[in-house]
Design a binder for this molecule. Structure first.
Ligand code: AP5
Length: 210
């Protein structure tokens, strides 16, 4: 199954993609995670994109498209994938059309108030990318990862200023993709507001994976 998860920052795309990847045995490909890994490892790419991510702006299309094309050519992505956070612009969607025939684009719907609440309470384990929320999905022991016991951190772009900018960028550059995919008959809407267990059940039902 070839899927794209579309939606505003903090809607739960990464949380659901991780669960669905385990359930369906297809890779979760997050462009945000790829950029953050490169930043952490201080690669040339990481150094180039760090300031862009910290402010909540978008990495240039050409760079992002090359990266995704390369990732989708790897053997584990041949029988399906979940693209999380790509495409985010019309040129990226046009490029993806030329690379792959998608099955579904899932449109995660969540209002701004809930988005801000989710992002400001998010904590991540930098080594693995595991994501928690101080209220909605707390770790077993406060401030540390359930698996390794290592400290959790807040993402640089989860600051109030950056969240506002990410929402603006989403409205201007990514939201037009909802109509782009709806008009092609590829889009299914998902209410992202219930608790994670319920959202996952609804997602599986949409994809007829029950
Ligand atoms: P990216 O990493 O893709 O960030 P994003 O789209 O802003 O999405 P998030 O990771 O913030 O949110 P999410 O929807 O995955 O939510 P999550 O599951 O974590 O991109 C980061 C940056 O990289 C971009 O700003 C850009 O600079 C660059 N970039 C990436 N892709 C690019 C591209 N294609 N082109 C150009 N630049 C690109 O959940 C959020 C919180 O809510 C968590 O704490 C979680 O525990 C909690 N939660 C999840 N589900 C629920 C629920 N149902 N109920 C209650 N809480 C929940």
């Amino acid at each position: 199954m070839k899927l794209v998860f579309l939606g505003p920052p903090g809607a739960g795309k990464g949380t659901m993609a991780t669960q669905l990847s385990d359930f369906a045995g297809i890779p979760h490909i997050s462009t945000g995670d790829i950029f953050r890994t490169n930043i952490k490892q201080q690669t040339e790419l990481g150094n180039k994109v760090k300031a862009i991510l910290d402010k909540g702006n978008l990495v240039p299309d050409a760079l992002t498209i090359d990266l995704v094309e390369d990732r989708l050519s790897q053997s584990d992505a041949q029988n399906g994938f979940i693209l999380d956070g790509f495409p985010r612009t019309v040129p990226q969607a046009d490029a993806l059309e030329k690379m792959q025939q998608l099955d579904w684009v899932i449109n995660f719907e969540l209002d701004d108030e809930e988005i801000v609440q989710r992002l400001s309470g998010r904590r991540v384990h930098p080594g693995s990318g595991r994501t928690y929320h101080v209220i909605f999905n707390p770790p077993k022991n406060e401030g540390v990862d359930d698996v390794t016991g290592e400290p959790l951190v807040q993402r640089e772009d989860d600051s109030e200023h950056s969240i506002k900018n990410r929402l603006r960028v989403y409205r201007e550059q990514t939201q037009p993709l909802i109509e782009y995919y709806r008009s092609r008959g590829h889009l299914m809407d998902l209410d992202a507001s219930p608790n994670p267990e319920r959202v996952f059940e609804n997602l599986k039902a949409l994809l007829e994976l029950d």
